[in-house]
Write a protein that binds this ligand. Structure first.
Ligand SMILES: Nc1nc(O)c(N)c(N[C@@H]2O[C@H](COP(=O)(O)O)[C@@H](O)[C@H]2O)n1
Length: 161
């Protein structure tokens, strides 16, 4: 059975990048994956001054609005790197937070889909034909964590909180 998620207050809301699960990447804490992802759009761009503003945004909605403002210039390689940026942040989120890691692992091999009515890149869009890249990343991260868990059993290592 396909697992659909979108808003944080709906079933599987912890899979949303807007969920309140902070991450630390390259020594900096980010309130949500969405804060980190939106800020990365401007690394090395002439509008990089917006990065600390996005970092300090009170909500992921505010961070997204800042990052989506059309008058700012995105980094030149954004379309090339954005999927990798997202994967790194989503992996970090599920390695950091034990409770949601267990929820992700408990989905077994089910298909996971971001049920966004508007986004045909990260989600499936209103007619379900979208690319669902966020769902694909979540399934890939699920596999990666299973691999790491197997490795930790073999080596008696631990996944750290
Ligand atoms: N508007 C909105 N509300 C939510 O609750 C969402 N989960 C999303 N989707 C996320 O938006 C991000 C993509 O942003 P850009 O279009 O690249 O600026 C990504 O994190 C989606 O998962 N949108």
């Amino acid at each position: 059975m396909t697992i659909y998620f979108y808003k944080v207050w709906q079933p599987y809301g912890c899979f949303s990048n807007f969920s309140s699960h902070p991450i630390q990447i390259h020594g900096t804490y980010w309130s949500t994956v969405e804060h980190y992802y939106q800020a990365q759009k401007f690394v090395g761009s002439k509008d990089a001054a917006i990065i600390p503003v996005i970092h300090a945004a009170a909500t992921p909605e505010e961070a997204a609005a800042l990052g989506r403002c059309n008058s700012r210039t995105l980094r030149l390689d954004w379309d090339v790197v954005k999927t990798q940026v997202m994967r790194e942040a989503v992996l970090k989120k599920f390695l950091t937070h034990t409770d949601i890691r267990e929820i992700l692992l408990a989905t077994g091999d089910e298909m996971i889909v971001e049920n966004s009515p508007t986004d045909y890149f990260w989600g499936c869009g209103t007619d379900k034909t979208g690319n669902n890249h966020l769902g694909k990343i979540l399934m890939n991260v699920r596999e990666e964590i299973r691999r790491l868990r197997l490795y930790s059993v073999i080596t008696s290592d631990c996944l750290t909180e």
